[in-house]
Design a protein around this ligand. Structure first.
Ligand SMILES: *Cc1c(COP(=O)(O)O)cnc(C)c1O
Length: 340
């Protein structure tokens, strides 16, 4: 019963097969290979547009920091939620990659930015006032750090507020597939059609071995050469890019990424229902995706601990449990018996 993280899960076998499948012959390096070209076609299908450029990275932190550094100057700020991964879990990589850019933290329930706080932050931007640090970017996360999902309409609404003030809108999609399954939105509806300029689309937590895609949409494509130069300077230009591209192709084939996320989300619902059956365990946030934040009853906490289940303590005495594409049915059955 391992609920530690979706990054603890193995890669899906189809990903490893895809790696073996591209492991023959010479190919041009640094993304000029035919596998990366094929990925472009797959992305065109998945995103329902060809007005984009993309780059591949092996970690989400690199993807976020590189993406943000193209849009936030050293003397600018990035608006984000106070619990955002870029603020809490990236060892100041966004600040480092932007060369000093500042994160301006906003409050809100369930790690979703509060609209009033966002409006105030945007209204407070004074580009010519020398003493303050004007925001250049709004960064949203979907699924959020509390496992909740912004519906497409909300993303669109927040993007519109930001864009009216000339901001670029970034979406941290480390669990993008879980958000798609949860909201029922298409990748297009909840990204470029909702005003997202730059998307970091994570596939690692969904079931890849290590593959994150930075996608620049529309006018953000002007930054593509700069993105590549920054990736190179930061040491994030994988020479054998075909092996990253192959992972993504395997995930998009037959909409595998969505079926894997469907399983992960379903398992999370089952686990949370089982935990809450005792009437004393309480969810801290609604379970929209594959993460469960709960205040466990003493008896459930003891039962889980004694059975050797793995999960993390979270803020304020709560706990976080995460399911993944490979959380087996047997785990649910065992949990059901244990808690009964
Ligand atoms: C996991 C995660 C990332 C990426 O983390 P890495 O460990 O660097 O791959 C980024 N954003 C969010 C919201 C995440 O949960």
């Amino acid at each position: 019963m391992n609920f530690s993280s979706d990054t603890s899960a193995p890669a899906h076998p189809a990903v490893l097969e895809a790696l073996a499948g591209v492991n023959n012959g010479m190919q041009p390096s640094y993304g000029a290979d035919e596998v990366t070209t094929r990925l472009r076609d797959e992305l065109t299908r998945v995103l329902e547009t060809d007005d984009f450029d993309f780059w591949l990275c092996a970690s989400g932190t690199a993807a976020n920091a590189l993406a943000l550094s193209c849009f936030c100057p050293p003397m600018g700020a990035i608006l984000c939620h106070e619990e955002a991964h870029i603020a809490r879990d990236e060892r100041s990589a966004p600040e480092f990659f932007t060369g000093g850019g500042k994160l301006q933290l906003l409050p809100g329930e369930g790690a979703q930015i509060d609209e009033t706080a966002l409006r105030e932050a945007i209204a407070g931007i004074k580009p010519d006032f020398v003493h303050e640090t004007p925001a250049h970017v709004l960064s949203l996360t979907n699924l959020t750090e509390s496992g909740t999902a912004y519906p497409a309409a909300q993303v669109k609404h927040f993007s519109a507020l930001a864009k009216d003030a000339g901001l670029t809108v970034h979406l941290d999609g480390a669990r993008f597939a879980n958000a798609l399954v949860s909201t029922g939105a298409s990748p297009a509806e909840i990204s470029w059609k909702a005003g997202i300029d730059v998307l970091t689309l994570g596939l690692t937590k969904t079931g890849a071995m290590g593959c994150e895609i930075i996608i620049l949409f529309g006018s953000a494509r002007q930054k593509f050469n700069e993105l590549k130069a920054r990736a190179k300077r930061a040491g994030h230009m994988p020479p054998k890019m075909r092996y990253l591209a192959a992972q993504a192709i395997a995930m998009f084939a037959d909409d595998r990424w969505l079926s894997l996320a469907t399983t992960a989300n379903q398992r999370a619902r089952e686990v949370s229902n089982l935990l809450c059956r005792d009437g004393e365990t309480e969810l801290v946030h609604p379970v929209h995706g594959n993460e469960i934040f709960v205040r466990l009853s003493d008896i459930n906490l003891r039962a889980l601990t004694e059975a050797g289940a793995t999960f993390y303590p979270w803020i304020g005495g709560s706990h976080r449990l995460v399911t993944s594409w490979c959380t087996p049915q047997e785990t649910i059955d065992r949990l059901s018996e244990l808690l009964a």
